[in-house]
Design a protein around this ligand. Structure first.
Ligand code: NAD
Ligand code: UDP
Length: 312
């Protein structure tokens, strides 16, 4: 076994903590960077006893120097309420974070993977979304700090690759859920499960007919590792998501049923620019990475419900 030294930015967040765990399980040495804006030490506290795990408080908008072979760049708030809380900081995190990590990757000749997002497609007019679709994003809307920040980060990745031969990998992650989402994170799966478990009203924004395609975290982490290990010339972007599409109303009904909850559904205003539909085309991931999601919604929701039941 070859032990690699790997840097994970945003490693104390929901996805980052699962990634750190999996990388350690595979026998690697992991350095986890986080400023704890939306992540928490609690997510990785169980890894601290491992001598091959290191946790560092650092903000990716500032340069960082280290010797590693691989970098996974995940640092960025991902939930609309959190990325809109300080929109300028969100853009800085995406753009300056990308510049700092790409500069590091260039200097140390590391492979670097960017956690991009289905939000680069905005409110898509093509359905399902293939990687070739350029998207439909409002550049001055409430979501722009995140969407345009992530789009600019993709531009930086591609240009560091073309100009400086940096070894890049870009994945576009579609809505992912699972244990260690923050209970107050504000995203739909965590909101509905917490509300259902507490028998509180389930808050549907708008008419609930908007769709999302939900992926369980373990499937995503497998896709991330496969992308990092893929042939050098394959830089992406590649969609990593579960194509099974549900309306938000359907999701609410499934969560209520799986939790045996007495919660009632209530309607709240739809946030501006909320995408009406979202579903990944994963042909490229299947072809290049031999990857497809294995865990379907009810199975993943049950695991996530068990987690939230244990913490609230
Ligand atoms: P999260 O909020 O749980 O994790 C983000 C982590 O980044 C947190 O630990 C946070 O403290 C850290 N962070 C934020 N700003 C930072 C900064 N300036 N410096 C250092 N650390 C910083 O969210 P997540 O769901 O785990 O998302 C991780 C990544 O995956 C993000 O880049 C997100 O855009 C991307 N992504 C997630 C999803 C999803 O559905 N979960 C979908 C698409 C893309
Ligand atoms: N949503 C909802 N109730 C909630 C939280 C979210 O109806 O309590 C809706 C939201 O308007 C969106 C969908 O669920 O249409 C997914 O929202 P989330 O914030 O999880 O992710 P994103 O919009 O970034 O895909």
């Amino acid at each position: 076994m070859i032990r690699k030294k790997v840097l994970v930015t945003g490693g104390a967040g929901f996805l980052g903590s699962h990634l750190c765990e999996r990388l350690l399980k595979e026998g690697n040495e992991v350095v986890c960077l986080d400023n704890y804006f939306t992540g928490q030490k609690q997510n990785v506290v169980h890894l601290l006893a491992n001598p091959y795990f290191e946790l560092i408080r650092h903000d990716v908008t500032m340069p960082f120097f280290i010797e590693v072979e691989e970098i996974y760049n995940l640092a960025c708030p991902a939930s609309p309420i959190h990325y809109q809380y300080n929109a300028i900081k969100t853009v800085k995190t995406s753009v300056m974070g990308a510049i700092n990590m790409l500069g590091l990757a260039k200097r140390i000749r590391a492979r670097i993977l960017q956690a991009s997002t289905s939000e680069v497609y905005g409110d898509p007019e093509i359905h399902p979304q293939p990687e070739s679709y350029w998207g439909h994003v409002n550049p001055i809307g409430f979501r722009a700090c995140y969407d345009e920040g992530k789009r600019a980060a993709e531009t930086l990745f591609v240009n560091y690759h073309l100009q400086n031969k940096v070894r890049i990998k870009i994945i576009r992650i579609f809505n992912t859920y699972g244990p260690r989402m923050h209970p107050n994170d504000g995203r739909v799966v965590s909101n509905f499960i917490v509300q259902a478990l507490k028998n509180e009203d389930i808050t549907i924004y708008g008419d609930g007919k908007q769709t999302r395609s939900f992926q369980y975290v373990d499937d995503l982490i497998e896709g991330m590792l496969r992308m990092m290990a893929s042939r050098e010339e394959f830089t992406g972007p590649v969609n990593i998501g579960n194509p099974n599409e549900f309306t938000i109303l359907e999701l609410a009904e499934i969560v209520i049923r799986l939790t045996n909850s007495n919660s009632k559904i209530v309607r709240m205003p739809l946030p501006p620019d909320d995408p009406t539909q979202r579903q990944p085309n994963i042909d490229l991931a299947k072809k290049e990475l031999d990857w497809y999601p294995k865990i379907q919604l009810e199975e993943g929701l049950k695991k996530t419900i068990d987690y939230f039941a244990s913490i609230i």
